[in-house]
Design a protein around this ligand. Sequence first.
Ligand code: Z5A
Length: 220
Amino acid sequence: MTIEHKKQSLFITLEGGEGAGKTTQINRLAEALTREDYKVITTREPGGTPEGEKIRSLFVRDGGAQWSPLAEVLLVLAARAMHVERVVRPALEAGKIVLCDRFSDSTLAYQGYGRGLDAQTIGRLSQDVLGDLRPDLTFILDLPPELGLSRSTKRLAREGLSGFEGEDRFEKLEMDFHHKVREGFLMIAKNEPERCLVIDATVSVDAMAGAIWDAVRKTL
Ligand code: Z5A
């Protein structure tokens, strides 16, 4: 017997500060959609392709690099160009639901609001990479940075990933930076309420998954 998968192309992104629960919620959402016979792919940025994962290593590891904000944008856009062309667009064209852990809102929140690069520059540089591609639905997982950082630092330590080889370059930035990033995400949500939904990330994993699932069901 062949299983008929439901065809629906939908691009959903999860955004938010460190340790907000994006990976946990993407996995929960992918399970829920798969149970309903949707074809789903999960992916992430920076990364999502072998080339993008190489850029990710440069980008998130604390190897002593002092990237300027503009250089950070160019790095993430190089990874995004590969990701959009090789993974996101083909999956959407094949009628799949794409669940992406961070996307273009992270660039505006981190390099724009966080590091101070102006939004026009980010928008101009992003134009050729994105074309007309925009997420259909974006969940902004919101929590105080102190709580998120304590969760992600514990996870990195548990997995033995802190230190020189760990993905902890951003975790090490000062608290003021993380507050600016949080405000940036909330501003993005305020400016685009039809696309973005803010999810309280201080509540339980189940409560968050329920709120996300309700919104996705309405969109399907
Ligand atoms: N970055 C950028 O600057 N510009 C860009 O354009 C892009 C990215 C695309 C890597 O991202 C870095 O890249 C990021 C921004 C920058 N900065 N950093 N670092 P990342 O997504 O890999 O980094 P992250 O946000 O630190 O990921 P994370 O630590 O894996 O967090 P998460 O995916 O949001 O959370 P999680 O892994 O699902 O959960 C973290 C821990 O909390 C884990 O132990 C869970 O079991 C626990 N958890 C999850 N949910 C809950 C709830 N509800 N209650 C209690 N505990 C929970």
